[in-house]
Design a protein around this ligand. Structure first.
Ligand code: PBG
Length: 351
């Protein structure tokens, strides 16, 4: 007797309360990390064309934004820097007065409890736009490692709470861990971009960060999109080298990778809902072709369902607004499922 008519799965779908009771996955504001672009200069607040609603800020223009993030209860940011000067070896990345180092201090002074995670990579700082330094036209792995370590240390010295290497050099987690420990930064965790693919979904980011490689591409260091067994090896190595949190990036076209990593490793998993994923939804929403809140929440829920614990997303502020509104609403047990079923009215006209 395991079939219709005794068994009716629709019984638990009948009302909001029933659906909320048996819901398996939830997106919460506490899951979110907001990536931000910090540009050298003063008084700059400049929208990124291919990422509507996302801005580049100079360090001195950050405070109102930081206060808004705190108000929205967003727990963490991920900082990217766009320096004034680029050179062959990306020295602005590890300069004590570099743009990210300045921004970290502004964050920590304004709202100390907001977690500041920093992207550790050279691509925004090198004149050639590659994530490591070049030798004979190739990105040289081992010569790059000490510069990444130096960058991580300078971020920690400026007050960063966590460092996130995104360069995909072999051995970087080990070198960064050892260097941090040697300098007394044992408590600083490493969020490793472990399975980072050579993806076309980074397009808008490269406009935002001015980090497009001047020649060639990143396929000799970022992962080949068809591979998933290799992702498990990348994750295993990063864990062995001391990663505290592992990341899969991008998220949407790689949900299967997130799931496989989840099945194998008992580590916190972060997924990066990248710039191209954001741009697609924004563009369709601007044309009125998609219901933005519903589609964003459905997308982030899918990333959680695939197995991620943490989501890095440019939608973070919007999502926090929608979800905080839901929380504050004591009369309705759950407005979230209505959002998922496409009722935009849920998000308007409520305090
Ligand atoms: C830098 C870096 C990139 C992203 C995060 N860190 C770009 C790249 O690897 O080319 C992409 C983020 C996004 O698209 O939102 N190495």
């Amino acid at each position: 007797m395991t079939a219709f008519p005794q068994f009716r799965l629709r019984r638990l779908r009948r009302t909001d309360s029933l659906r909320a009771l048996v819901r398996e996955n939830h997106v919460e504001v506490t899951d979110l990390v907001y990536p931000m672009f910090i540009v050298e200069g003063s008084d700059i607040r400049q929208e990124i064309t291919s990422m509507p609603g996302v801005f580049r800020y100079s360090p001195d223009a950050l405070v109102p934004e930081i206060e808004e993030l705190a108000e929205l209860k967003i727990p963490a940011v991920l900082l990217f820097g766009i320096p004034e000067h680029k050179n062959e070896v990306g020295s602005s990345a590890y300069h004590p007065e570099g743009v990210v180092q300045q921004a970290i201090r502004v964050f920590k002074k304004a709202v100390p409890e907001l977690l500041v995670i920093t992207d550790v990579c050279l691509c925004e700082y090198t004149s050639h736009g590659h994530c490591g330094i070049l030798a004979d036209g190739q990105v040289d792995n081992d010569q790059t490692l000490p510069l990444l370590a130096e960058t991580a240390i300078s971020h920690a010295e400026a007050g960063a709470d966590m460092v996130a290497p995104s360069d995909m050099m072999d051995g970087r987690v080990k070198v960064i861990r050892e260097s941090l420990d040697a300098r007394g930064f044992q408590p600083i965790p490493i969020l490793a971009y472990s399975a980072k693919y050579a993806s076309a979904f980074y397009g808008p980011f490269r406009e935002a960060a001015e980090s497009t490689p001047q020649s060639g591409d990143r396929r000799a260091y970022q992962m080949d999109p068809p591979n998933v067994r290799e992702a498990l090896r990348e994750v295993a190595l990063d864990i062995a080298e001391g990663a505290d949190i592992i990341m899969v990036k991008p998220a949407l076209a790689y949900l299967d990778v997130i799931r496989q990593v989840r099945n194998v490793f008992n580590y916190p998993i972060a997924a990066y809902n990248v710039s191209g994923e954001y741009a697609m939804i924004k563009a369709a929403a601007q044309k009125g072709w998609l219901d933005e809140p519903a589609v964003v929440l459905e997308t982030l829920t899918a990333i959680k369902r695939a197995g991620a614990d943490i989501i890095l997303t440019y939608h973070a502020k919007d999502v926090a607004r929608w979800l905080n509104r839901k929380q504050g609403d004591t009369h309705e047990l759950s407005t979230f499922p209505k959002a998922l079923s496409g009722g935009p009215e849920v998000f308007t006209g409520r305090g």
